[in-house]
Design a binder for this molecule. Structure first.
Ligand SMILES: Cc1cc2nc3c(=O)[nH]c(=O)nc-3n(C[C@H](O)[C@H](O)[C@H](O)COP(=O)(O)OP(=O)(O)OC[C@H]3O[C@@H](n4cnc5c(N)ncnc54)[C@H](O)[C@@H]3O)c2cc1C
Length: 479
């Protein structure tokens, strides 16, 4: 068992104070609860647990029921200089919720209500702890969709989406969570409650909302958000095209956007990923790369978008597979994860590096990362899964199998180090949707350059005692 931050006298004193705020039934110091909360979906932490290693533990887990309670909890933590790690759904893939310096885990799952639906402005105001799928189903009942469909819909919540700048499978059309958020409520380390107004655009200085979106709990706790809604589309139509190589498929995608067409789904699988995900269901030539498309909206709009997209694909050598592969992916898009089939045996370990780049760099980033990662006995397969007018993301998936734990963890780190270094060298950005957490913490300065100093200064001002999720985003690493 590892060392905790708090001695038992201090822990008892703080736990008593927190009980007074949230009620005795909403706080725990029980070993089982603490251990169960000690990990998220970071593959390395899961692999370490399977190998029998113990992860860092919090001293106390607290479940506030309101923004005011969050504020009071933070005041106590701040006065006592106790680290606070916010917990959303706990499905983050980067170790963001691991309480590496002990202290308090602040779990928002009780704050799970829709507060208001504004039909006229098409907005929903929701508490941060509401799970994605519950919110989507609630707004569906009113004829809307959030347009935000990450694969972790059933496990992650609104606060987690916002804290990590998450992206759903239809982000090409609807946008990522930062595009879908009009207003935020955030509690700072000293308990100050900050509300940004929900307006479509403004011209009143820098946008404070953006400061907290993606801050991964290091600058404050998100307690509420006002999100955009879209009418459920009249139609969602699917189409699939195979290409002889990655280059021609990427060129077709780029030209589709250039023609002013914005599909809801654009997923382009490289030959390895096509073979893994689709070849057993469809007669695809070995070495081909499959593009999945979907179009949302009124039938006439969808007719036009589909027709032009298919023309462009054909001009770039695309072979038509109809709607089969795309429809199949849509129907089975959560199967891999619920229940998870990612669990690897022994000292095998896999992970994903989701990066983003503009079209002029995208293919070079892909090739450089693949070469760098494969140099460490990794099997690498990829898809380009969130595409936009100016570029898009690559989801690089890797697996490696090693004889013992020590070699496995070291190889895993080398794949990450060299993969991210190749991405940055070729002009990419190291994450599109998963965030930084612990996985990418050591690369944040390389990614941001002198911008990292700005981030550090903001952190120092908003959280002078360094209590907010220390060690994440490369910030607040305690000696
Ligand atoms: C099977 C699976 C599929 C996934 N698919 C996708 C996908 O399609 N798209 C995608 O973007 N991601 C995906 N992810 C990654 C992950 O689920 C997302 O990044 C998600 O946004 C994290 O939300 P969460 O509620 O699980 O956050 P958590 O893991 O609980 O927290 C993530 C980080 O945010 C902080 N945080 C959480 N809540 C708050 C809050 N209220 N205020 C301040 N900080 C907070 C935490 O401290 C932590 O640093 C997937 C993960 C899994 C396991």
């Amino acid at each position: 068992m590892n060392e905790r931050l708090l001695d038992s006298k201090t822990k008892t004193k703080i736990a008593k104070q927190l009980e007074g705020i949230v009620g005795v039934e909403h706080i725990t110091t029980q070993e089982t609860d603490i251990v169960l909360n000690a990990h998220d979906a970071w593959p390395l932490s899961e692999a370490k647990i399977r190998a029998g290693e113990m992860l860092p533990l919090a001293d106390i887990v607290v479940f506030p029921g309101s923004t005011e309670e969050v504020s009071e909890v933070l005041k106590i933590a701040n006065q006592n200089k106790v680290p606070v790690t916010p917990v959303g759904g706990g499905a983050g893939t980067c170790g963001g919720t691991l309480p590496i310096y002990g202290g308090i885990q602040l779990d928002l799952k009780r704050m799970d209500k829709v507060l208001d639906i504004d039909h006229k402005s098409m907005l929903v105001r929701v508490e941060a702890g509401m799970v994605g799928i519950d919110l989507e189903e609630e707004v569906n009942r009113h004829g809307y969709t959030l347009g935000h469909t990450p694969t972790s819909m059933r496990a992650s919540n609104v606060g987690g989406f916002l804290a990590t700048r998450s992206g759903g499978s239809m982000s090409s059309l609807y946008g990522k969570i930062e595009d879908l958020t009009l207003g935020l409520e955030v509690v700072l380390a000293d308990g100050l409650i900050v509300r940004t107004k929900a307006v479509p655009r403004h011209s009143v200085g820098p946008d404070l909302r953006e400061l907290f979106i993606g801050s991964e709990g290091t600058l404050g706790v998100i307690t509420e958000a006002t999100l955009r809604l879209f009418p459920i589309p009249e139609e969602r139509r699917f189409r699939s095209m195979a290409f002889v190589d990655v280059h021609s498929g990427l060129e077709a995608i780029r030209r589709i956007f250039r023609a002013g067409i914005v599909p809801s789904v654009v997923r382009f699988y490289d030959p390895e990923d096509t073979a893994m995900a689709m070849s057993q269901h469809f007669d695809i030539k070995e070495g081909d790369s499959m593009l999945l498309l979907a179009f949302d909206g009124a039938a006439e709009k969808v007719d036009y978008e589909e027709r032009i997209s298919v023309e462009i694909c054909r001009e770039n050598g695309g072979k038509d597979f109809g709607d089969g592969p795309s429809k199949r992916w849509w129907a089975h898009r959560y199967d891999m994860y619920y229940p998870t089939k990612f669990t690897t045996a022994g000292f095998s370990i896999g992970d994903t590096i989701d990066i983003v780049a503009t079209y002029d760099k995208l293919e070079n980033v892909y090739r450089a990362m693949k070469t760098a990662m494969e140099a460490h006995e990794a099997f690498v397969m990829s898809h380009f899964s969130h595409m936009y007018q100016n570029g898009g993301s690559i989801y690089m998936i890797f697996f490696t199998s090693q004889p013992d734990a020590e070699t496995a963890w070291a190889t895993y780190k080398k794949i990450w180090d060299d993969g991210v270094a190749a991405c940055l060298r070729e002009g990419g950005t190291m994450s599109h949707q998963h965030g930084v957490g612990l996985t990418r913490s050591t690369y944040t300065e390389d990614e941001l350059g002198s911008g990292f100093q700005v981030l550090k200064r903001i952190k120092d001002v908003l959280d002078p005692n360094g209590i907010m999720n220390p060690g994440k985003l490369g910030l607040g690493v305690q000696e």
